[in-house]
Ligand binder design. Structure first.
Ligand code: SF4
Ligand code: SF4
Length: 125
């Protein structure tokens, strides 16, 4: 059975209804911790408000929850014509609508990272 494709207007409506989740944070890949110094760096990231760290497919990412300055109050992009390439390339596979989980592990605070990594860190220290 083939699936019907959403029209561009329908996709816009879905994005507005979801609250434009993917315009309210961004993630950058970081190196996986392999020593105590790396682990301290991640603890430092997680000590800040609105930051998280996640692992997906063995890659580590820093997630910064910060609304894009181009996002209008109506959850529409006000810079659609000049939006950054990363927005143009946004894949539907990355869509977070409906609370879709996009990570294998998520750390919200240093304590959660310690619970995952701490024991190994003590051994290698
Ligand atoms: S999370 Fe999905 S539905 Fe929501 S704005 Fe992004 S692409 Fe659109
Ligand atoms: S530039 Fe537009 S599409 Fe890109 S994150 Fe900002 S509001 Fe969203």
């Amino acid at each position: 059975m083939s699936r019907r494709r959403f029209s561009s207007a329908e996709r816009d409506a879905l994005c507005i209804a979801c609250g434009a989740l993917c315009c309210k944070d961004f993630a950058i890949e970081i190196s996986a911790p392999s020593c105590h110094k790396d682990a301290e760096r991640i603890r430092w990231y997680l000590s800040h408000e609105r930051t998280r760290v996640f692992i997906r497919d063995d890659h580590w990412y820093l997630l910064v929850a910060n609304r894009c300055r181009h996002l209008g109050q109506d959850n529409r992009c006000t810079a659609h014509e000049s939006r950054p390439d990363v927005c143009r390339r946004h894949s539907r596979k990355e869509c977070e609508r409906g609370g879709r989980v996009f990570y294998d592990h998520l750390f919200n605070a240093p304590q959660e990272f310690d619970a995952y990594y701490g024991r190994r860190d003590m051994i290698h220290r």
